[in-house]
Design a protein around this ligand. Structure first.
Ligand SMILES: [Mn+2]
Length: 390
């Protein structure tokens, strides 16, 4: 038996330009999670720790200390670490990031294998020997994947556990509209008789339905996803996978579990304020805030607010946002779609009682949504009229 801890798309060195105020916290958290993952892998008795590409965010812009820090954490793993270059951190021999990585490793005791040649790598574990077939990237984009050498050379039938590792999009699983990310098909992977495939590039986990408390059998292709969510558009908790491989009567069985490794979450929320629903702006937002799946200090949120709020709440909306969301790591509000509830008082204040506008609006008083729309329309007309006046 051999156990493998699988991660990928870690993107160390990501600049977080969208969040300059909390950049430090976001960067630190990615390293903290990696430390936790190494500890967890050891507790689980994993002998291999596999990184399926994009350990680093860039080939050129990750500074020496940031690279060394990741190297140090990986070097601390008791077993063997397999590092596959991805498309963000591709390898041709010239890239700064890998020079820095290897220089850092040279100064420490370690068991890190940078998979930088298209050849089988053999790793001897306690009960099994493993042969790794790396299809790493040599550029940021590629129309063809790098599986060719494995197809040509073939998988050795020598009693070892064979692990294919590749970085790129998987047809039907990763969006790759221009087919520029080393696209592979599952069928293509299945035709190569490796015991299992560890794939990187897709930031969400595949298979998506692995359990945390129980092994799932029968799958051969695994993509762990990023270890900590990267931004609002990336819908994941931040996960890794723990695989247990057994040899039984000449066959290899693989049990797979997921492990939630991420701490910081990016949450994109929508709040619709409905006058007459009995729940105002503050209450609606508080209810939303209470649904955060992680402690507030670990959540980056964006809230899009629409509908209509009572005048007092509308007036004080900025204070309400601060009071409700102040405890979050970062919050931003989009409330261009939020309006003020139109009261009869207000209509009387703004329009002469006998005017068409006032009568029109009062006729809609029973239907707040319609009234809201009509009021907005009339206000627009008035504004346009005023603009046209010289
Ligand atoms: Mn990638």
């Amino acid at each position: 038996m051999v156990k493998i801890f699988v991660t990928g798309d870690n993107h160390f060195g990501k600049k977080y330009n969208r969040y300059p105020e909390i950049r430090h916290r976001l960067t630190e958290s990615r390293y903290g999670c990696l430390e936790q993952m190494v500890r967890r892998a050891e507790e689980e008795g994993c002998e291999l720790f596999a990184v399926t590409g994009d350990l680093f965010d860039s080939c050129v812009s990750v500074d020496r200390e940031s690279v060394a820090r990741a190297a140090r954490i990986l070097a601390g793993f008791a077993g063997t670490v397999l590092v596959l270059p991805g498309n963000h951190d591709y390898y041709t021999g010239e890239e700064k990031v890998w020079k820095r990585f290897e220089e850092a490793l040279a100064g420490m005791e370690h068991n890190v294998l940078l998979l930088k040649e298209f050849r089988p790598y053999r790793v001897v574990c306690a009960e099994e020997t493993v042969t790794v077939y790396p299809a790493f990237c040599q550029s940021k984009h590629g129309t063809a994947n790098n599986l060719d050498w494995i197809r040509k050379e073939g998988i050795r039938q020598d009693g070892t556990i064979s692990i294919g590792m590749a970085h790129g999009a998987i047809q039907g699983i990763t969006p790759d509209l221009n087919q520029s990310y080393f696209l592979m098909t599952e069928e293509e992977l299945n035709r190569i008789p490796a015991d299992l495939w560890l794939i990187g590039h897709t930031h969400v986990p595949y298979p998506a339905d692995l359990r945390e408390d129980e092994d799932t059998f029968g799958r051969r292709i695994f993509n762990a996803g990023t270890h900590e969510q990267l931004d609002l558009s990336n819908h994941t908790e931040g996960t890794c996978m723990i695989l247990t491989c057994f040899r039984k009567e000449g066959k290899t069985l693989v049990g797979a579990r997921r492990y939630v490794s991420g701490r910081i979450r990016y949450l994109d929320w929508q709040a619709q304020i409905r006058p007459g629903s009995g729940e105002g702006l503050k209450q609606t937002l508080e209810r939303l805030a209470d649904q955060a799946p992680v402690p507030r200090e670990d959540a980056v949120i964006r809230v899009t607010v629409s509908g209509a709020a009572q005048p007092e709440e509308y007036e004080a909306r900025q204070q309400i946002y601060e009071a409700v969301f102040g405890g979050f790591l970062f919050w931003e509000i989009r409330d261009a779609g939020l309006q003020e509830v139109i009261s009869a008082d207000r209509i009387r204040r703004e329009y002469a009682q006998t005017s068409f506008a006032a009568r029109f609006l009062e006729a809609l008083a029973e239907d707040p949504a319609q009234l809201q729309m009509a009021y907005q329309l009339l206000r627009q007309c008035r504004e346009e009229e005023q603009e046209e006046k010289p």
